[in-house]
Write a protein that binds this ligand. Sequence first.
Ligand SMILES: [Fe+2]
Length: 271
Amino acid sequence: MEKNNLTNGSIDIHQLEKYADDLVKAYKSEKQKRKELEAANQQLVKFADDLNKTVLELKSAHQELQESYLDTIHRLVLAAEYKDEDTGGHIIRMSRYSAFIAEMLGLPARDVENIPYAAPMHDVGKIGIPDKILMKPGKLTDEEFDFMKTHTTIGAKILADSKAEILQLAQQIAISHHEKWNGRGYPQGLAGDTIPLAARIVGLTDVFDALTSKRPYKDPFPVEVALDIIKKERGEHFDPDVVDVFFENIDQILKIKDEVDADGDVSLPGL
Ligand SMILES: [Fe+2]
């Protein structure tokens, strides 16, 4: 009688050997795959790490670029205002007042963020005004005053056609910060809300700070006198809403004034 496979020892041994062999191969292959997977995993962790480092480096480079940009703006402002007295303090106070009022009036966050950097450039066009007019201690003649008015249009030309949001806002402010709510300002005689809101805000903070600061032609007015003048000009020189917000928050405004005056720091925020 023929032996079946179960009882044929030699066939079983071969098969068993083959199974064992396959099992070893499968095990080795599995081990190899696991090793490769582990190596790939480590590589991925390294890539993620490198990517993280690159992102951090890019962020730092971006921040450095942003700071250089704002620093350049600040220096441009200082260059333009160099000959005026107390200008460092003036531009910091009025830019902080302006940002604060912009926030209280509910301007878009981007404008609130940009105003402290754009507002200080309002008088950048003074760079084109002769010293004998700019630094004249007495009252300007009509002809000299007409010349002085051109600092708005000169400033607008200097700041024109920029792709940067801050400079676009600065241009609006430069050309319109001497417009008046009643239409009797310059250079275009714009009235009411045809005057860009940022320029209406800066128009007020610039005057308030000029009144309460020493200038070549005058000593500082007491704060109460300056506040009376602004109140009287509500709806005439100044936008009534801006005046209202200014008075509603007068304690904060005066706190900013005290802080800047006490600190003597004439850097823009963040620099
Ligand atoms: Fe001005």
